[in-house]
Every structure is written in structure tokens, then in C-alpha cells.
Design a binder for this molecule. Structure first.
Ligand code: FNR
Length: 335
């Protein structure tokens, strides 16, 4: 990507270990084909949906990714403007390089991603701050009891943000200093449920792959699950998300929304995920590439092209709405 420091490009593109799971997310979509229906006189498809009570124009949301100001000087504000202008949701990473209040000033619909910190008071402060800024859901990332081993970053010596950039939302309210993000191996379901005492926001858990964990999220009264392997950046060797999705959807049985991220690049991927039981999908790296290439316009371009591709693929599959994407639309083929 022109203009992007190769070290930062590696940070965005890379994954853990051998990057098997980074590749698997995309390769798994390559093994799936669509079996379209014809002559259904559906007219122009409407990919709109209602998610957690909000009407959205389409099923593609923005996954939380760290450090947008590494990609573009306008950082998360540019991403948020693109989300606002296309009507989608931006999930703001806890590791954003812009304060949540400034991102919210754009008027975009925001969710906030949280790594619950061992310091519960600070976690509560973070959640209260995000809620006060106007975010409409909390996304708790649960696939990160420890940091994944990102070997590109180790080779490049990329350990910290360059001077002038910080994780603005980790500012300690008492001292004003920026705290480090702590990955907490002691985090459990009770800690996630306890967030209810701090916030009225809906809570989604991000990073679920096993159907039993999805069932637990339902049993614990949580509001949504995101089938994710962190874009292959945490457990290298983890199953591809589109392969994990059917069992998760079967375990959840429609009681709460199931979302998916990882390797979604084309309208056919979106339609495949929805046919396999997702309510919506999120994209991570494509947004970063759009941001690096052209700030707000670059991100808006990525979102608009993908939206239009979803509409086109729906039409080519004979679907009028997202409800017309049944499981028998997807066939597995040998590579
Ligand atoms: C991420 N992801 C991520 N997830 C999260 O919960 N908190 C975070 O701060 C980040 N940061 C982050 C940085 C970068 C550079 C990437 C690429 C990813 C994971 C992200 O939310 C999502 O799960 C994946 O990016 C989805 O896969 P694709 O669309 O990038 O293939």
C-alpha cells in the first residue's frame, strides 16, 4: 500500500505464528460455492436488516482494529465518517488512537470493543466513558487471554506506537497517564456477566468458535456472539470462521444474533456467511487498506463497493431480502 510504512503494513496484514489461520479464513471461503435460484421475480434486492434494535442498510459492519492513525493521519475519525456516510456500524477498538468522544462527534453509529482489564474499577470507568460518548453496544473480546505471537512484528521490532500516538482511551482518570492494555488469562464468564452492573448496553462476545461456548453465551443472557479468530492474529491453527459458523448457529438457534468476521472480502462471502446462519458480518483489514489508501473516501469506497456487491450477489442468487438466503444456497467443494 503506497504511503504505508512496511512495518505498519506488516502489523495490519499479519497474524500469529505461521499465519495458517489467516490463510484458512480465506481458503475456507474458496471451498464453498453458491447454488443459485432463478426466475424468482425478486426485483432489486433489499439487504437491509434490524440488528440489536437498529435498522441498518446492509449486513456488513466494521470490526474493531487497533491504531487507525498508523494508517492515516485522520485515523478513527476518518473511519467513523465513512461509517456514518454509508450508514454502517463502526466497532471502535479499545486500542484506538483517538478518544472515543472525538470519534462519537462524527455522529456515526458506534459499538465499543473491550478487553476487560484486571483492574475492575478501570474497566468500569472505560465502559462508562464509552456509554457516555453514545456507543450503542459493547463488544467483549474473549479470544485473547494472552497476546498472540505475531512474528512479523517481532522480526520488525514493532513493539510500540511511534511518538505522538497513544491509546487515547486508556488514559487513567486519576493520573492522566496512558495505561498498558493487559490481556487477562483469569477472565471468565462471570466477569463478562458482571459488566451488566456497570452498563445497560447490549453485550456481544467476540472470538467464539466452539458451539458450546456460543450456548454458554446464550445461557448467560448475553446479547450476541461474534464468530471470530481475531483475523488469525491470536491462536494460529484455529479453525476458519466460516467453517465454525454452522455449528455455532445451530447451538444458538436464533435466540441471539450470530455475527462473523475473518476473510470476508466479497459479496459472495457475505452471502455465504448469512446463508450459513450469520445475521451480519464484520470486516477488518479491508477497512485499514481503504483508510491507508484514501482516508474517509478510501473507507467509504470499500464499504460502498462491498455493499453493492452484496446486492448484486443477492440478485444473482434470486434473493429479495436477507431472509431469502437459506443454508442450501451453499455447497462445499473439494479444493
Ligand atoms: C484486529 N482485530 C482486533 N480485534 C479486537 O477485538 N480488538 C482489537 O484491538 C483488534 N485489533 C486488530 C488490529 C488489526 C491490525 C487487525 C487486522 C485485526 C481483529 C478484528 O476485529 C477482526 O477479528 C479481524 O480483523 C477480522 O478479519 P479480517 O476481516 O481482517 O480478515
Amino acid at each position: 500500500m503506497a504511503g504505508l510504512d512496511p512495518v505498519h503494513r506488516d502489523f495490519f496484514a499479519g497474524g500469529a505464528g505461521e499465519e495458517r489461520t489467516v490463510r484458512a479464513n480465506a481458503a475456507a471461503f474458496d471451498r464453498l460455492r453458491l447454488l443459485p435460484r432463478v426466475l424468482r421475480a425478486t426485483g432489486t434486492p433489499d439487504p437491509g436488516l434490524t440488528l440489536l434494535g437498529a435498522a441498518l442498510p446492509g449486513p456488513v459492519l466494521i470490526a474493531p482494529t487497533a491504531f487507525h492513525r498508523l494508517a492515516h493521519p485522520d485515523g478513527e475519525v476518518a473511519t467513523a465518517r465513512a461509517a456514518r456516510d454509508t450508514g454502517t456500524v463502526l466497532t471502535v477498538s479499545m486500542a484506538a488512537t483517538t478518544p472515543i468522544e472525538r470519534i462519537a462527534d462524527t455522529g456515526a453509529r458506534l459499538w465499543f470493543q473491550l478487553y476487560p482489564q484486571p483492574d475492575r474499577d478501570f474497566t468500569a470507568h472505560l465502559v462508562e466513558r464509552a456509554e457516555a460518548a453514545g456507543v450503542t453496544a459493547l463488544v467483549v473480546t474473549v479470544d485473547s487471554p494472552v497476546f498472540g505471537r505475531r512474528e512479523r512484528d517481532l522480526r520488525n521490532g514493532f513493539l510500540d506506537l511511534p511518538a505522538g500516538l497513544v491509546c487515547e482511551n486508556l488514559r487513567d482518570p486519576a493520573t492522566g497517564r496512558i495505561r498498558d492494555i493487559v490481556m487477562d488469562p483469569s477472565l471468565g464468564w462471570d466477569d463478562v456477566v458482571r459488566l451488566r452492573t456497570t452498563t445497560r448496553l447490549p453485550i456481544l462476545v467476540k472470538g467464539v468458535l466452539h458451539p458450546a461456548d456460543a450456548a454458554e453465551a446464550v445461557a448467560r443472557g448475553l446479547d450476541g456472539v461474534i464468530v471470530s479468530n481475531h483475523g488469525g492474529r491470536q491462536l494460529d491453527g484455529a479453525v476458519a470462521t466460516i467453517d465454525a459458523l454452522p455449528a455455532v448457529a445451530a447451538a444458538v438457534r436464533g435466540r441471539i444474533p450470530v455475527l462473523l468476521d475473518g476473510g470476508v472480502r466479497r459479496g459472495a462471502d457475505v452471502v455465504t456467511a448469512l446463508a450459513r446462519g450469520a445475521s451480519a458480518v464484520l470486516i477488518g483489514r479491508p477497512v485499514l487498506w481503504g483508510l491507508a489508501a484514501g482516508g474517509r473516501d478510501g473507507v467509504a469506497g470499500v464499504l460502498t463497493e462491498l455493499h453493492e456487491d452484496v446486492v448484486r450477489v443477492m440478485a444473482l442468487c434470486g434473493a429479495a431480502t436477507l431472509a431469502d438466503l437459506p443454508p442450501d444456497l451453499v455447497r462445499e467443494v473439494r479444493p
